[in-house]
Write a protein that binds this ligand. Structure first.
Ligand code: E4P
Length: 220
């Protein structure tokens, strides 16, 4: 399972990059707006920090505008994946951009039927939103399972990018469901490291060794 960071914050990206486990980044217009730097410039900066797929979302509702913006975004860096919404215009833009060799992430996917449309349009990624479905009382993880099964049935190459993951249980369940990618807020990746028995065990190892040899790690 690939791990993407779901943020446009450069400090979070630099910090996450140090772990050596981040395979890419997803952004959306809301995340870009939070950073206060215009889309293309912020994507350029992100590409300098993370060497992996960087999803950059068009800020448009009409296919023609999506195509124009998508082509511009794709020219920023070879790692840019153009993100378009799962609308009629978005699917049309996805088909055309994909035929031009531009990789596309179709976002705001909330049903298996929509995911079929994205795959048929040649999407590189489809982004089903788990947390936002849970927010309205539906089961977001069921959607991940359905899409993984349907794509397997037909051998679609589109990768399932589990998005809107809000906690570590979401990540584990998405992995069990076979999602190719999980995009995680920084705090969710950070929380994956934590286990009280890891802390307790490490503390014990340090104490036992120091007691036996009356030394510090600097003197080993
Ligand atoms: C990423 O591609 C999505 O835009 C993001 O995961 C949405 O997450 P949210 O529902 O927590 O805003």
């Amino acid at each position: 399972m690939k791990f993407f960071l779901d943020t446009a914050n450069l400090e979070e990206l630099k910090s996450g990059a140090r772990w050596g486990i981040i395979d890419g980044v997803t952004t959306n217009p809301s995340l870009i707006a939070k950073e206060g730097v215009a889309l293309e410039e912020q994507i350029r900066r992100i590409c300098e920090i993370i060497d992996g797929d960087i999803s950059a979302e068009v800020v448009a509702v009409k296919a023609d505008e999506m195509l124009e913006q998508g082509r511009r975004l794709a020219r920023i860096h070879k790692n840019v994946v153009v993100k378009v919404p799962l609308t009629r215009d978005g699917i049309r833009a996805c088909s055309i951009l994909s035929q031009e060799g531009i990789r596309v992430n179709v976002t705001l996917c909330f049903s298996a039927g929509q995911a079929l449309l994205a795959a048929k349009a040649g999407a590189y990624f489809v982004s089903p939103f788990v947390g936002r479905l849970d927010d309205i009382g539906a089961n977001g993880m069921d959607l991940i399972r359905e899409i993984v099964q349907i794509y397997r049935n037909y051998g679609f190459n589109t990768q399932v990018l589990a998005a809107s993951l809000r906690n570590t249980t979401h990540v584990i369940e998405a992995a069990k469901a076979g999602a190719h990618v999980g995009t995680l807020p920084y705090k969710v990746v950070d929380a994956l490291f934590d286990h009280p028995l890891t802390d307790k065990g490490l503390d014990q190892f340090m104490k036992d060794y120091a007691r036996a040899f009356q030394t510090t790690s600097a003197a080993i």
